[in-house]
Design a protein around this ligand. Structure first.
Ligand SMILES: Nc1nc2c(c(=O)[nH]1)N[C@H]1C(S)=C(S)[C@@H](COP(=O)(O)O)O[C@H]1N2
Ligand SMILES: [Mo]
Length: 509
């Protein structure tokens, strides 16, 4: 048990040292995050789906927690092995460190230096492990070659392990102090004053927000906006260093700096983002006022060549999305290279300093955050991140509706306001209906909206007394502006988005 403890303490100190080295090399080079990113990329679509459905946006914390537990178990084993069969424990640590180094070096945007944190960290861990296991050896050899059975030296063990833990804490604290990258970017964001829009969005009509308690507000505040991405650590992109490259099948490739982008005439537009992983009734959807420059103008400036049918956008951390070219060139669709979200610079986790937002397409094929390149290409030539993992290469958002209130299993009585949201981005919602148990569909009242690119609130006044006491089931379905009625066919999110009606069971008292 002491040996296992020594293993964990040594590995933890090694990790702390690796963090410290990573703070100097690059934020992404920290072994835990680089390896975690490798795991995220390797996860097959059904497992990712399961993780998002089960843990929601806590999936990253669950992944890091699981990795920490597995690593602690491995470190305990290394300690035990080092005591029983030296130097097998040290070798185990060395192998794990070498693998972590390789995984870090092959991350997108990594350099050979990204191996350093793992290598230095594991070197320290091995030295500390050998030192503390040495104190536990039941026998020691004196200088004149006589073997004495001295028994484990508990006092020295506790001293060495204590020093190991202390060294780890100091290394970790220093690494936090040194990793100034985050502060630079936070300061740049705080100092940024966004220019006024050349084309302002129409004011949100008073009737767009019904103000029903428990109902998602029409405009989602930035702090409540869902976050989905593969980044275990939010990429820190300094606007002073940021550029967007327009490349590929264009006559005039060019690069745009952030200052140049802010000088362009910017457009404001409300649009509702949705994640393809959103299950029926789920909350991976949010509506915001975006400020940005139309992507179609950038494409026009570059001069798109014949034969292209897709734009592959790439983020600072190497993630990619494939967006149909015709969508981005559509004169009637505000596809934006966005810099503002609800009147503020983009929050870091939502893509600061610039991201794409496209009405009508799921985020995984359109909404690239921390975007650094738009490559005009073809679906035949390039495949985006999630399309190589089983998701379809084009992802139009499916017609959906959700009941926000009452909540599942709520106790209700008398007149009940049933309310929720419905979305069919870029087509628009024309009707929402509610059904109690297997009764007839009843028309809900639709709230106002600024246009077809956002979700729409709805409400329905239900006389629950008429239904009688006991359990009742509320179901919602929407009809879009093309007259399509939301299907009852149940489909899970993979490979192109969930379908089915949202139902809520309530208990009338
Ligand atoms: N760089 C990057 N951009 C990304 C992703 C990502 O993993 N990396 N995920 C996409 C997905 S799947 C969705 S649904 C939206 C979510 O945007 P949000 O986090 O701002 O809500 O971002 C998209 N942009
Ligand atoms: Mo997504």
């Amino acid at each position: 048990m002491w040996a296992a403890l020594a293993g964990i303490a040594s590995a933890a100190a090694g990790f702390a040292v690796a963090e410290l080295v990573a703070a100097f090399v690059a934020p992404g080079s920290s072994p835990l995050f680089a390896a975690g990113a490798g795991v995220v990329d390797a996860v097959p679509a059904p497992l990712k789906d399961f993780a998002v459905e089960t843990f929601g946006t806590a999936d990253k914390a669950v992944l890091l927690g699981t990795m920490a537990v597995v690593l602690a178990a491995g470190a305990a084993l290394a300690g035990w092995l080092e005591l029983r069969r030296p130097p097998v424990g040290s070798l185990l640590l060395a192998v794990v460190g070498a693998v972590a180094a390789v995984v870090a070096v092959v991350r997108p945007g990594a350099s050979v230096a990204w191996a350093l944190p793992s290598l230095v960290g594991v070197g320290i861990a091995v030295v500390l492990l050998r030192a503390s296991i040495g104190t536990l050896r039941p026998a020691s050899t004196t200088s004149d070659g006589v073997v004495r059975a001295t028994g484990p030296d508990r006092r020295r063990f506790l001293l060495v392990t204590g020093l190991t833990v202390a060294a780890g804490v100091v290394a970790l604290a220093t690494s936090r102090a040194v990793s100034a990258g985050n502060r630079v970017v936070t300061a740049a964001r705080d100092a940024l004053r966004l220019p006024a829009a050349s084309v302002t969005a129409p004011a949100v009509p008073a009737g767009a927000d019904l103000g029903v308690p428990g109902l998602a507000p029409y405009v989602t505040p930035n702090g409540d906006f869902y976050r989905i991405d593969t980044a275990l650590r939010v990429p820190q992109v300094d606007p002073a260093d940021w550029t967007l490259r327009i490349s590929g099948r264009v006559d005039e490739p060019f690069e745009l700096t952030f200052a140049e982008l802010l000088d362009l005439p910017l457009v404001e537009h409300h649009l509702t983002l949705t994640c393809v992983s959103n299950g029926v009734g789920g909350d991976l959807v949010g509506n915001a006022l975006w400020l940005g420059y139309p992507v179609r103008e950038l494409l026009e400036r570059a001069g798109v060549q014949d034969g292209a049918d897709m734009v592959l956008s790439t983020s600072a951390d190497g993630w990619t999305a494939s967006t149909p070219l015709e969508v981005l060139q559509d004169a009637d669709r505000e596809c934006l290279l966005a810099v503002g979200m609800n009147g503020e610079p983009l929050p870091a986790e939502h893509g600061f300093p610039a991201r794409l937002v496209v009405p009508g397409l799921y985020g995984y094929v359109s909404a690239t955050k921390w975007v650094t390149e738009l490559k005009v290409t073809t679906f035949a030539d390039d495949v985006a991140y999630w399309s190589t993992r089983g998701w379809t290469e084009r992802g139009p958002i499916k017609l959906a509706s959700r009941i926000d209130t009452p909540r599942a299993n709520a106790g209700v009585e008398g007149e009940v306001t049933v309310a929720g949201v419905a979305w069919a981005q870029h087509t628009g919602i024309d009707a929402v209906e509610v059904r109690v148990d297997d009764g007839p569909w009843q028309a809900a009242t639709l709230a106002d909206t600024v246009g077809p690119d956002t979700w729409r609130q709805w409400s329905y006044a239900w006389d629950s007394a008429g239904a009688g006491t006991g359990a009742h089931r509320l179901t919602v379905r929407a009809t879009d502006a093309d007259g399509e009625v939301q299907t009852s066919d149940v489909a899970s999110p993979a490979p192109d988005g969930a379908t089915g009606w949202h139902e809520v069971e309530v208990s009338v008292g």
